[in-house]
Design a protein around this ligand. Structure first.
Ligand SMILES: [Zn+2]
Length: 279
């Protein structure tokens, strides 16, 4: 078996051959401040380590850099949701964060980080962590009474670290506030007083591929900052500016994000069917 150190060295050599520069915490903090990350702010981070690497110290060091960039008065927030089976109990103490990247799955496990109690959970650290991760109802998973809704209330920012708007959960909050007419029936299993309970709920859900439009809308109005962090192109936008922009666009066409019916997108077809049920 290859030693872990040798394996790491091979990866670093491969990355260097591709022209990627190895980053350290100091460099990352400087890049984050240059992009506009504000000390004392509430910051949601969606990330891809693969896009920003190599970083000395790996994903944990990226988290340290983010904490340093927002400072002691800042609150760092990351998705910690799971694609766990709907029939398996979600337990915020043990259920892994899946599909959100290694930085997010490392963050919720850190001592002192709080995690909301929904399969659509977010984790947070800092002065507003308790408020952001307060009881998180499964129904309308990313509505006003959810971590992304609370970050919106707190006038927080959203940082996309090597990912685009398809990873930006706050857009679902905007869809809810705009009153989009699709709501897919779902269920999940959560612990209530230590007992597994099935909860049925509706989710504003689809393939999210058209969320890339949001970058264009924000750019048109000069509301998104873009810059390099690590080796990736990153974006920073205020939650309120994002929500206001998306709500305005959806008011003129509430179906902007859905693929056209019958064009081969099963997830969006399900969203279209939910409209027929509601209407
Ligand atoms: Zn679709």
């Amino acid at each position: 078996m290859l030693l872990e150190r040798e394996r790491r060295q091979r990866i670093i050599t491969m990355e260097a051959q591709r022209g990627w520069r190895t980053m350290n915490r100091t460099r990352l903090v400087s890049q984050l401040h240059q992009l506009g990350v504000r000390p004392g702010s509430v910051l949601i981070v969606h990330s891809s380590y693969r896009a920003i690497r190599p970083v000395e110290g790996g994903p944990s060091e990226v988290i340290e850099a983010l904490l340093e960039a927002v400072g002691h008065d800042g609150t760092l927030v990351m998705p910690s949701m799971t694609d766990w089976s709907d029939d398996e109990v979600f337990d915020p103490n043990v259920t892994p964060c899946l599909g959100m990247g290694i930085i997010a799955d490392t963050f919720w496990r850190r001592p002192g980080v709080l995690r909301s109690d929904s399969p659509h959970s977010f984790a947070a650290y800092g002065p507003h962590a308790e408020e952001i991760t307060a009881p998180h109802p499964p129904d309308i998973p990313h509505g006003p009474d959810s971590p992304v809704g609370r970050v919106y209330d707190l006038d927080g920012d959203i940082l996309l670290l090597g990912v685009d708007h398809r990873a930006n959960t706050t857009i679902h909050l905007a869809e809810f506030l705009a009153g989009v007419p699709y709501r897919v029936p779902k269920h999940c299993t959560v612990l209530q007083n230590g007992v597994p309970v099935r909860v049925d709920y509706g989710e504003i859900d689809h393939c999210c591929q058209n969320f890339t439009l949001v970058g264009e809308w924000l750019e048109k109005h000069g509301l998104e900052r873009r810059g390099q962090v690590g080796n990736a192109l990153c974006r920073l936008v205020s939650s309120r500016a994002l929500v206001e922009t998306v709500v305005r666009e959806l008011k003129s066409d509430p179906f902007r994000f859905l693929c056209r019916p019958g064009t081969g997108c099963a997830t969006c077809d399900e969203a279209w069917r939910s409209v027929e049920v509601v209407s």
